[in-house]
Design a protein around this ligand. Structure first.
Ligand SMILES: C[S@@+](CC[C@H](N)C(=O)[O-])C[C@H]1O[C@@H](n2cnc3c(N)ncnc32)[C@H](O)[C@@H]1O
Length: 257
């Protein structure tokens, strides 16, 4: 069953260093890409629900565009805590909620639901993806659409080795990442060791481990589960470009309705 059952420990300790892990990602650029998709498909859309928002970087960048009412959610309380701190510094107008994407318990409906940066890859099989898609359906307005991305086997084969990080220090934390892709199983493991350091950074006060397990999916796997769940595919983009996705794409952004 869903990730949340077996994986409750992930994104607890990592929350403290997540923004450092993601420091090369340009969320403003990403928000512009999502905004353009929304404007191309329904320029009257105003309400957005973000699932698996992490530390809120995308939601905050979308909020800065000043044209959407945003509800951003994640399962991890620790990720949401960081998100809310960042949002309060920026005086963002975002509603934050703790939501498990396998059980979205909201009465409100939205013009657009988004779920980005590999969050779908945390779902262990297509049956469970279907559960999530059925939950998304419940919170979409008529004609609303869902924008999500996922990484493919090519992505993990190419980048898994480059994702190893050795002893990166950030604030009073240090983390090490060991990344391994098991091609035959289509499973990408990222093992993080996160250490809390003393103020002078000379002593390790606590050490925690988190093993993140992600499944890679091919374009056809996702096409088929999307159709099974009764959605129509509106667009398939190669990464963050307005270029059609192919079986060779590393990351695919899909828009479904
Ligand atoms: C790779 S991070 C992406 C975070 C964010 N979207 C970003 O772009 O930085 C994956 C996120 O999925 C969240 N997540 C994993 N399983 C979830 C679930 N069942 N429901 C909601 N969020 C979940 C994690 O807590 C984590 O914040």
């Amino acid at each position: 069953m869903p990730l949340t059952k077996g994986n409750q420990e992930i994104y607890t300790h990592l929350a403290k260093v997540y923004d450092e892990v993601m420091k090369d990602i340009d969320y403003e650029d990403w928000a512009d890409f999502i905004d353009e998709i929304i404007q191309n498909h329904n320029n009257e859309a105003t309400t957005i629900l973000e699932l698996a928002c992490g530390t809120g970087s995308l939601a905050i960048s979308l909020d800065e565009l000043d044209c959407y009412e945003i509800t951003a959610s994640d399962y991890s309380e620790q990720m949401l805590e960081v998100a809310e701190q960042k949002a309060s510094i920026k005086q963002s107008n975002i509603t934050w909620k703790r939501i498990d994407f396998f059980q979205i318990d909201l009465k409100e409906k939205f013009d657009v639901v988004v779920m980005l940066f590999d969050s779908l890859n945390y779902i262990k099989d297509t049956e469970s993806i279907k559960i999530m898609l059925n939950e998304v359906k419940k919170v979409l307005k008529k004609d609303g659409f869902f924008i999500f991305d996922f990484t493919t086997p090519q992505h993990s084969s190419k980048y898994a080795d480059m994702m190893n990080d050795q002893g990166i220090t950030f604030d009073n934390y240090r983390f090490v990442r060991i990344s391994r892709y098991l091609e035959a199983e289509g499973v990408h493991y990222n093992e993080f060791t996160i250490e809390k350091l003393s103020d002078d950074k000379q002593q390790v006060l606590a050490r925690k481990n988190e093993v993140h397990v992600q499944r890679t999916y091919k374009l056809d796997d996702i096409r088929s589960v999307v159709n099974d769940a009764g959605f129509k595919i509106i667009a398939e983009y190669d990464g963050l470009d307005f270029v059609p996705a192919t079986n060779q794409s590393d990351r695919i952004t899909m828009v479904i309705q």
